[in-house]
Design a protein around this ligand. Structure first.
Ligand code: FES
Length: 100
């Protein structure tokens, strides 16, 4: 529940994104947060007309070694700890396991 005098948005981020509806022209979108939120934010950014090349996100995979040796954080042939954790959505779309 939001505070009475709180002037900012409160709620489910993917839904708020559609209310704010930023225009994709000359814009880069960057998101991070829980994987389920990221999944729906990415879908909604595409609905708003953003190209995958205009969208960047973190992946929040569990890590162990943090240096690309244990394979705990892999997504396809990439390691979130070493190759990320920030990826373009265009790159992630080439990796079927990214949002499995
Ligand atoms: S955490 Fe070990 S490879 Fe990424």
């Amino acid at each position: 529940m939001e505070e009475e005098e709180w002037p900012h948005f409160v709620g489910f981020v993917p839904t708020l994104l559609m209310e704010v509806a930023p225009k994709p022209e000359n814009t880069i979108a960057v998101t991070c947060g829980p994987p389920i939120m990221i999944k729906f934010v990415l879908e909604n950014l595409e609905k708003l007309g953003f190209a995958p090349e205009q969208i960047y996100t973190t992946l929040e995979n569990r890590m162990k070694c943090g240096i690309g040796k244990c394979g705990r954080c892999n997504v396809g042939n990439m390691y979130v700890c070493k190759d990320g954790p920030v990826f373009s959505y265009a790159m992630l779309k080439t990796i079927p396991e990214a949002f499995a």
